[in-house]
Design a protein around this ligand. Structure first.
Ligand code: ARG
Length: 258
């Protein structure tokens, strides 16, 4: 009898303790914020309007809002790591991060090393130049220097183009440096995603023309090969598309870019 009483007391105390522990962790809205799982995302914050640093140094953009919406949907807390674009695939392969959102095009070549979500945006390619430049078509690149970002589809595209046209390709590891190089005439043209290029053309009063040579695949979220997250993230993306949130983010960040 005594033993049963003791046993019940212990059980009762354990239940009370567990309940207290629980309520301590609960946030104001009943969310258990402190024990939310962390989702680590990597990006290369040199690519407005997808990801860039605002004047106070915080990373913002379409990809950041989208990643936060996905993390919310799946009950994760999002952590962002900023790296060079060229290092993103390696970070996924080494499983140092859970996913990458970096305006990354889901190419067949990359699919050999990483898995991709469904595509969330499409953008073409553009060449941008100074306003008074005489480069108006790809053929005019002959004898000139074309800047590209290291590790991008534009770097690959430039190599293809060099088979037909004789120009120098200058790979740089930061996309914003490309614009500085163009403005200071260290390169004659820069090769960029259209949504990013149109932003710079407006902002820096530059000129540009569409790339007639390539049609690039859409942008998607990248994961380590075999990641169980792909399925969940695709579900979340689907929901955000159905409920209009994805369109809302496109209107917020990409409206002038299309
Ligand atoms: N869409 C291009 C690619 O996938 C360029 C992406 C560059 N992204 C960046 N955050 N700098 O290769």
């Amino acid at each position: 009898m005594k033993k049963t009483f003791l046993f019940l007391t212990i059980i009762f105390s354990l239940v009370v303790m567990a309940a207290c522990g629980q309520s301590n962790k609960d946030g104001a809205n009943g969310e258990k914020s402190s024990d939310k799982k962390v989702l680590t995302m990597a990006t290369s914050a040199d690519f407005a309007p997808f990801e860039s640093r605002n004047p106070s140094g915080d990373i913002e953009g379409f990809d950041i809002d989208l990643a936060n919406a996905i993390a919310d949907e799946l009950g994760y807390k999002l952590e962002i790591k900023d790296m060079k674009f060229d290092g993103l695939i390696g970070a996924l392969q080494a499983k140092r991060v859970d996913m990458v959102l970096a305006g990354m095009s889901a190419t067949e070549k990359r699919k050999k090393n990483v898995d991709f979500s469904t595509e969330y945006n499409r953008s073409g390619e553009m060449f941008i130049t100074l306003k008074d430049s005489n480069i108006k078509t790809v053929d005019d690149l002959k004898g000139k220097t074309l800047g590209v970002q290291l590790g991008t589809i534009q770097e690959e595209g430039a190599k293809e183009l060099q088979k037909k046209i004789n120009f120098t390709a200058k790979p740089l590891d930061n996309a914003t440096t490309l614009i500085q190089e163009l403005l200071t005439k260290r390169i004659d043209a820069a090769y960029l995603d259209k949504s990013v290029a149109t932003g710079y053309i407006k902002e820096q009063n530059l000129a540009g023309f569409d790339d007639p040579t390539s049609s690039s695949p859409g942008m998607a979220i990248a994961f380590p090969k075999g990641s169980a997250l792909v399925k969940d993230v695709n579900k979340a993306l689907d929901k955000l598309e159905q409920n209009g949130k994805l369109q809302e983010l496109k209107d917020k960040w990409l409206k002038d870019q299309q």
